[in-house]
Design a binder for this molecule. Structure first.
Ligand code: G3H
Ligand code: ZN
Length: 283
């Protein structure tokens, strides 16, 4: 298949009460792990690339690999810009072949976030590309973004409704107790707030920072409008642990001997997530 857009994947998930996984890619093995897991589970999947990933791997390499992956399989796959920081990055990715973009204006005051998001939405929609926006601010570290506890705040339901109406965004990432990176204690999602947001916002919702959130909370969130769930840290940990095991326990120096097991470990993480997201057999 050719790469599809997030909108196609998420609108269906939203109506049917499950979520599509958005897994971060940085190199070929990570991408292969994600796609092979999605094929095994017969699930749609979103390949998410941050600006850091694009700088690391190169725009053309990433887009080409994603296209090859999509063309080789029968499940729907989209290529999505994760946490796009500004208008220029969003446009660059659309021109480069991304089929979906996120504009993350959550670092700005409300009005500035609206203005930036609206500008990206107008241009992206003219190209047939959907836009994810963010309101509220997640604590933690994700690639090139770092937010302290003092800077973080939850999404306000009324503000979220106005934000979606004013910007025309296709989906909205919310801050309800979720955090980027490794959680310090047991994560506690504010389901009351999520239900309120879901009640007044008419687009699919997105849960970032989902690594480390217990399975039952993830499944519960998919019943309240969460239609896309982002996972990065758990893939990184699986990669690191698998490489470390081989490197520390043997003398092998062929990279395939430690990156290969890392790919296998990440594939199992993705398969498990797909099952708890409810997207198994939804391809
Ligand atoms: O945008 C990416 C994510 O929100 C991933 O968060 O690294 O905490 O899984 P995570
Ligand atoms: Zn995120």
């Amino acid at each position: 298949m050719v790469l599809v857009s997030n909108k196609e994947l998420m609108d269906k998930a939203y109506e049917e009460g499950y979520a599509v996984g958005a897994f971060n890619i940085n190199n070929m093995e990570i991408l292969q792990a994600i796609v092979s897991a999605a094929v095994e589970e017969n699930s749609p999947v979103i390949l998410a690339a941050s600006t850091g990933a694009i700088k690391y791997a190169g725009m053309d390499y990433l887009v080409s690999m994603a296209r090859v992956a999509a063309q080789s399989v029968d499940i729907p796959i989209s290529l999505h810009l994760d946490h796009g920081p500004d208008f220029e990055w969003a446009m660059r990715c659309i021109r480069g072949g991304f089929t979906s973009v996120m504009i993350d204006g959550s670092k700005y005051p409300y009005d500035q976030n609206v203005a930036l998001t609206r500008r990206v939405v107008e241009s992206a929609h003219a190209c047939g590309v959907p836009v994810e926006a963010e309101l509220g601010r997640l604590v933690g570290v994700e690639d090139e973004i770092s937010v302290t506890e003092r800077e973080a705040f939850f999404t306000d339901p009324e503000e979220a409704r106005n934000f979606v109406e004013e910007t025309g965004c296709d989906s909205l990432a919310v801050s309800i107790g979720n955090a980027h990176g490794i959680y310090k204690g047991e994560p506690k999602l504010d389901f009351e707030r999520l239900e309120e947001i879901h009640g007044v916002v008419e687009v699919p919702l997105v849960l970032h920072g989902a690594s480390g959130i217990p399975d039952h909370d993830i499944t519960r969130a998919t019943k309240h409008g969460i239609s896309k769930i982002n996972i990065d840290t758990e893939l990184r940990l699986a990669f690191r642990d698998a490489v470390r095991k081989v490197v520390c326990e043997t003398d092998v120096y062929d990279p395939r001997k430690f990156v290969g097991p890392a790919r296998d470990a990440m594939r199992e993480v993705v398969r498990h997530k797909i099952r708890i997201f409810g997207s198994k057999d939804r391809a």
